[in-house]
Design a protein around this ligand. Structure first.
Ligand SMILES: [Zn+2]
Ligand SMILES: [Zn+2]
Length: 68
């Protein structure tokens, strides 16, 4: 699989990961890494674990999810 964003720019770069949201192949130049809180149900409440999960997304999905 090649990087989708590079493909859009007319280049063919091997993808090293894929977007968590849209599944597009991504090269290191086009990956957005975000820390995602992990929640766990405990008793009646919800607790946030200390360690965050890693989520890899493309720029498009990252921007779409963090627009204000
Ligand atoms: Zn790329
Ligand atoms: Zn995406």
């Amino acid at each position: 699989m090649n990087c989708y964003d590079c493909h859009q720019e007319g280049r063919a770069t091997p993808a090293t990961a894929s977007c968590h949201t849209c599944g597009a192949g991504l090269c290191p130049d086009h990956i957005r890494v975000t820390a995602q809180d992990v929640h766990r149900h405990e008793g009646m409440g919800l607790s946030t674990l200390k360690q965050s999960a890693r989520r890899l997304t493309c720029f498009t999905c990252h921007d779409a999810q963090h627009q204000l």
